[in-house]
Design a protein around this ligand. Structure first.
Ligand SMILES: [Zn+2]
Length: 154
């Protein structure tokens, strides 16, 4: 069964439009989609900072259902990171993580992209709804979230 990722879809669409229109990135980026992935649900259970993965250069981001419940700056930070993997592309090995983060800092400095050293969030899946701690969670600023949401509005 696929989970509801409606809010993630809205944020991703706004982010992609912003990147293409404000930073002149390739229009193929507008094809990017989120797809619920039960494998990512399982991974998120054991790795609280694991939410998404991408494959080769298809414009799909496979996500855990939990992403729908994360604060907007975290969701946008994670999506921006996954977009970087596809866009560069940088898909394999620890070097690719460094390359993706460097690309974001260079290309979208106004995102205020950073890693939250020690975050806690409520898990909405599974039996407990327990609080979990995630080290080094990608994030952007709330200011940047507002910027992409207001982008293109008259
Ligand atoms: Zn990554």
């Amino acid at each position: 069964m696929s989970a509801n990722l409606t809010h993630v879809e809205v944020l991703l669409e706004k982010l992609a439009q912003y990147l293409v229109e404000e930073h002149d990135l390739r229009k193929s980026l507008l094809k990017v989609r989120v797809i619920h992935c039960s494998g990512e649900d399982k991974r998120n259970d054991t790795d609280p900072r694991g939410f998404c993965h991408v494959q080769s250069d298809e414009w799909n981001i496979y996500c855990a259902a939990q992403l729908e419940f994360m604060p907007d700056p975290v969701t946008v930070g994670l999506l921006l990171h996954e977009i970087g993997h596809i866009y560069i592309p940088a898909l394999k090995g620890p070097e690719s993580e460094v390359d993706v983060d460097a690309w974001i800092l260079e290309t979208v400095p106004e995102s205020d992209y950073y890693y939250i050293p020690d975050a806690t969030y409520l898990r909405h899946l599974g039996k407990s709804g327990n609080l979990v701690r995630a080290k080094n969670l990608q994030s952007v600023s709330m200011r940047f979230v507002r910027r992409i949401m207001e982008h293109g509005r008259a």
